[in-house]
Design a protein around this ligand. Structure first.
Ligand code: SAM
Length: 209
C-alpha cells in the first residue's frame, strides 16, 4: 500500500471534502489495495450480523458509505433490494459495476438527504462511522428515512464510540430505537500493521421504534 493510502492516512482525514479527495484517487484500487491487502473483515461481519437479525421484510436496504460496494457483494439479499449512498462518485462508480445495487445515490451523510420519510426497511454500514468520516448526528437523518421497525446494522469504530459521542447519541435516541445490541469484532484478519492491525469496531444493531 502506498504511503498516500496507508491506514494512517485514512484515519487522519477530517472533513467530507477530505473524504472526496482521498477516495477520488483511491477508488480504482480500493478493493485490492485496502480490502484484500489488509484482510478487511467489516463488510463480511455486517453481512453475518444482518443475516442473523434480519427478516425478508427488511427491505429496501440502504448501504451507508457504501464505497465500492463490498457489503452489497457479501450480503445474502434473497429478494431484498439494496441501494448505495456515498459522497464519493468514484467509489460509487466501482460499486455500480458490482451489479447488486438498485440505486446509486451521491450525497453527504452529514447533511439533509433528498430521501422521503420512512422509505428504507434497513440500514447497513461498514467503515463509515470512523475517524474523520461520519459522526453520530447522521443517525437522526438515517432514522427519519427508515420506516418504523426498520433494522440498523452498523460498524462504529471502537475508539470513537465514546470519544465521538456515539454512546451519548444512542442514549438520546432511547425513545426512538429498540435496545441496541453491541458486538465487538476485529476490523482486519491477518494484518501486521503496527498501529491499526488490531483495530476493532462495535457492530451496533437496533430497530427504529
Ligand atoms: C472506509 S470507506 C468504507 C466503504 C465500504 N462501506 C467498505 O466497507 O468498504 C468509507 C466510505 O465513507 C464515505 N464517506 C465519508 N464521508 C462521507 C460523508 N460525509 N457522506 C457520505 N459518505 C461518506 C467515503 O466516501 C467512503 O466510501
Amino acid at each position: 500500500m502506498s504511503e498516500k493510502r496507508s491506514l494512517k492516512n485514512v484515519y487522519s482525514i477530517k472533513t467530507p471534502e477530505d473524504s472526496i479527495n482521498l477516495y477520488r484517487s483511491w477508488a480504482s484500487s480500493y478493493d485490492a489495495d485496502f480490502a484484500r491487502q489488509n484482510d478487511y473483515q467489516s463488510p463480511l461481519e455486517i453481512a453475518k450480523y444482518f443475516d442473523k437479525y434480519s427478516n425478508n421484510e427488511d427491505t429496501p436496504i440502504l448501504d451507508v458509505g457504501a464505497g465500492t460496494g463490498l457489503i452489497g457483494e457479501c450480503l445474502n439479499l434473497n429478494s431484498r433490494k439494496i441501494d448505495a449512498i456515498d459522497i464519493s462518485p468514484e467509489m460509487l462508480n466501482i460499486a455500480k459495476l458490482k451489479n447488486c445495487y438498485s440505486k446509486i445515490i451521491e450525497a453527504d451523510l452529514t447533511k439533509r438527504l433528498l430521501i422521503g420519510d420512512n422509505h428504507y426497511g434497513a440500514v447497513v454500514s461498514a467503515g463509515t462511522f470512523t475517524h474523520g468520516h461520519v459522526g453520530p448526528d447522521a443517525l437522526d437523518e438515517l432514522l427519519r428515512i427508515t420506516r418504523p421497525g426498520g433494522l440498523f446494522v452498523l460498524t462504529i469504530h471502537y475508539k470513537l464510540f465514546k470519544k465521538a459521542g456515539f454512546d451519548t447519541k444512542i442514549l438520546e435516541l432511547e425513545g426512538s430505537i429498540t435496545k441496541p445490541s453491541f458486538h465487538e469484532v476485529r476490523v482486519y484478519g491477518n494484518n501486521p500493521d503496527k498501529d491499526h492491525g488490531n483495530d476493532k469496531v462495535i457492530i451496533t444493531v437496533f430497530r427504529k421504534k
